[in-house]
Design a binder for this molecule. Structure first.
Ligand SMILES: [Zn+2]
Length: 100
């Protein structure tokens, strides 16, 4: 019974923090990239183009969501629960520059 609409549909993604669905373009994409210098390791990249390969997660351009994410850090199964302090700082700066 599902209707397939051909009308332009904007892709939506869920914020890992508040779990609200948003337009992809309204979210910041975080990708986990394998670290070639450190086998088994990875680093986190903020994917502004939203086109990088790798496992991605999305977060609202919202400092509240970032804070919430930081709090649930240990509980999160996703890799975003393992972001480094540096990655959080980067996110804070990027989100901060979009807010207000
Ligand atoms: Zn959110």
């Amino acid at each position: 019974m599902q209707e397939i609409k051909k009308a332009k549909h904007e892709p939506s993604r869920m914020c890992v923090s508040c779990r609200v669905r948003n337009k992809k373009t309204d979210l910041i994409r975080i990708v986990r990239v394998k670290d070639k210098c450190n086998p088994g390791g990875f680093f986190i990249k903020l994917d502004k183009s939203q086109k990088s390969e790798g496992r991605g997660a999305y977060l609202c351009y919202n400092l509240a969501c970032l804070k919430k994410l930081k709090k649930m850090k240990s509980k999160s199964k996703s890799f975003v629960g393992k972001l480094s302090e540096d990655a959080y700082k980067d996110l804070e700066e990027i989100i901060g520059s979009f807010e207000g």
